[in-house]
Design a protein around this ligand. Structure first.
Ligand code: URA
Length: 190
């Protein structure tokens, strides 16, 4: 059997995702987008309806706002590795999309840590409060957004930039300049 170090990042990710499939065989799962060789890893909360249908993270309205805002600051979505904490769309009995519960986030946390370990990004960008809490970062979005936070994940110190969730910007477009300014900080951090 090959050791972890002889496997490619793709093979190691496949092992992680296979384990998630096994644990959640009753769910429509959404994994990653972009190459694991990218130096920036974007972490959202959970897929929505569009993502669930197309099997890719951040491809609905929030994803499009994310992409266009990145372009405005001279960045390209295709230069990022994009994923979510929770790999399925949390929903109620009627199919309405829900915010992931703390229990769901805790359940996915070990796998997310492994995913971070494989990609080993120079910078992690967390989108929104749920993702921020999912990585164990204390404080509010108001105090943390635009800040670079150092945090040990597993055994390694990671650099994490906290940014508002694009869905929050869609709900209050007055925040778009702040969102843009915060995403613009990525360039100086890589
Ligand atoms: N919101 C998220 O947090 N993730 C997605 O993939 C889409 C919307």
């Amino acid at each position: 059997k090959m050791g972890q170090n002889q496997m490619t990042k793709e093979q190691r990710l496949k092992n992680i995702f296979d384990a998630i499939k096994k644990a959640h065989h009753d769910k429509r799962l959404v994994f990653n987008d972009g190459s694991p060789d990218m130096s920036v890893m974007i972490i959202g909360e959970a897929p929505g309806k569009d993502e669930e249908m197309q099997g890719k993270p951040f491809i609905g309205r929030a994803g499009r706002l994310f992409n266009t805002t990145l372009e405005k600051v001279g960045l390209k979505r295709s230069n990022f590795y994009v994923t979510n904490i929770v790999k399925y769309r949390p929903q109620d009995g009627l199919g309405k999309t829900l915010t992931p519960t703390p229990e769901e986030i805790e359940k996915f946390r070990p796998m997310l840590e492994k995913e971070i370990d494989v990609v080993s990004p120079k910078l992690i960008v967390v989108l929104g409060r749920i993702s921020m809490m999912g990585l164990g970062i204390d404080g509010t979005m108001a105090s943390n957004h635009g800040q670079l936070i150092n945090k040990k994940i597993g055994t390694i110190d990671r650099k994490i930039l906290v940014v508002y969730h694009p869905a929050a910007i869609l709900r209050n477009i007055n925040w778009e300049p702040i969102f843009r300014e915060d995403l613009g900080k990525i360039i100086k951090l890589i």
